[in-house]
Design a protein around this ligand. Structure first.
Ligand code: ADP
Ligand code: MG
Length: 351
């Protein structure tokens, strides 16, 4: 008889577990930046600046003017499941902040060198601390700083070589980061956003910028160009039965692009929804030349109880109730808007 080999089950080391979990939340520099922008917005910031090196792989630094982190909290802020936002599980039904799991900073600190410098309004000076694997490396030290928080993330995935090797191009990562920041900047118009490359003299500079007090249309013009901004229609629609509010800006029949620029926010969260995208593409097909694609920025609001945000580690995907009816309602609202603009155009040219 062949000697059977004994199989041993062992409990994984805690740092290994944390590193695996971290890889699910933080998949690339753009994810880390999305999480940190959401933290800055949760903290009430009106000005958010992101500086990156090598597409964020070498360095990400995000500075805000939000309420800051208290010195006492700097000790635990990077541990898993430490949050100032969620207290009870039932709160998940009505959560209005982006964060709720206390996982982002913990995750980042498991796959990168992380340091935080922060000052609250009530504090005389700021404090700076650095972290490794969720833990404080050494005690917070006083530092001169403005009110708000600055978080620096260096050498992302330094300890996850397979992940690190998967990134081929810094410019592709930069593009993804610019994309995320552009979207947040448009949805949070009025607050200022800046993305700056700070590699070296040759490839440094601001690549995304919006101004304090600017309108959504100003920002669409600044970030997507006048060709789109000049052909844009404002949409606003409400359906009481579905408890649904639709707001946004969409391009009209005169504006046709190669790529579908679709910016979707549901209850202020940046999400993706393939079925809605397909439905809108179908609407535009009868208005645009063959192969032409629109620009659509939509903000949907529905009762928090209809939306499940805790579906995916990156919170990118959301599930919501009455999905088919909601999609149909959005589709009809946009169709009607395009139709009314189209007929007014015909009317105008006939006169
Ligand atoms: P979550 O956002 O789910 O609470 P995070 O790991 O993203 O978890 O952040 C942990 C905590 O750190 C937050 O609850 C918040 O109190 C604090 N924090 C993080 N970033 C900032 C910031 N930019 N300004 C103020 N507080 C922050
Ligand atoms: Mg967060």
């Amino acid at each position: 008889m062949a000697e059977s080999k004994e199989v041993v089950i062992k409990r994984l080391d805690e740092t290994v577990v944390n590193r695996i979990a971290a890889g699910e939340v933080i998949q690339r520099p753009a994810n880390a930046i999305k999480e940190m922008i959401e933290n800055s917005l949760d903290a009430g910031s009106t000005s958010i600046t992101v500086a990156i090196k090598s597409g964020g792989l070498k360095m990400i630094q995000i500075s805000d003017n939000g309420h800051g982190i208290r010195k006492e909290d700097l000790e635990i802020v990077c541990e898993r499941f430490t949050t100032s936002k969620l207290k009870e599980f039932t709160d998940l039904r009505s959560i209005t902040t982006f964060g709720f799991r206390g996982e982002a900073l913990a995750s980042i600190s498991h796959v990168a060198h992380l340091s935080i410098s922060s000052k609250t309004q009530g504090s005389q000076c700021g404090y700076k601390a650095s972290y490794v694997d969720g833990k404080l490396k050494d005690q917070p030290r006083p530092t001169a700083s403005n009110d708000g928080t600055q978080i620096t993330v260096e050498d992302l995935f330094y300890n996850v070589l397979t992940r690190r090797k998967a990134f081929r191009s810094a410019s592709e990562e930069h593009q993804r980061i610019a994309d995320v920041i552009t979207r947040y900047a448009i949805h949070n118009s009025g607050k200022s956003f800046t993305l700056r490359k700070s590699d070296n003299d040759t490839s440094s500079g601001v690549t995304v910028r919006t101004q304090l007090g600017a309108s959504a249309l100003d920002n669409i013009r600044a970030l997507f160009g006048s060709n789109i901004a000049n052909e844009i229609i404002h949409v606003e629609h409400e359906n009481e039965t579905l408890h649904l509010r639709i707001k946004g800006y969409i391009s009209n029949a005169n504006c046709s692009m190669k790529k579908f620029n679709f910016l979707l926010f549901i209850n202020n969260r940046l999400v993706e929804c393939t079925s809605l995208k397909r439905a809108l593409d179908a609407v535009y097909q009868s208005y645009l030349p063959k192969g032409g694609r629109p620009f659509v920025y939509l903000s949907l609001e529905m009762p928090a109880t209809n939306l499940d945000v805790n579906v995916h580690p990156t919170k990118h995907e959301v599930h919501f109730l009455h999905e088919e009816a909601v999609i149909e309602e959005v589709q009809t609202a946009i169709e009607n808007k395009l139709l009314s603009c189209d007929s007014s155009r015909t009317f105008y040219t006939q006169k």
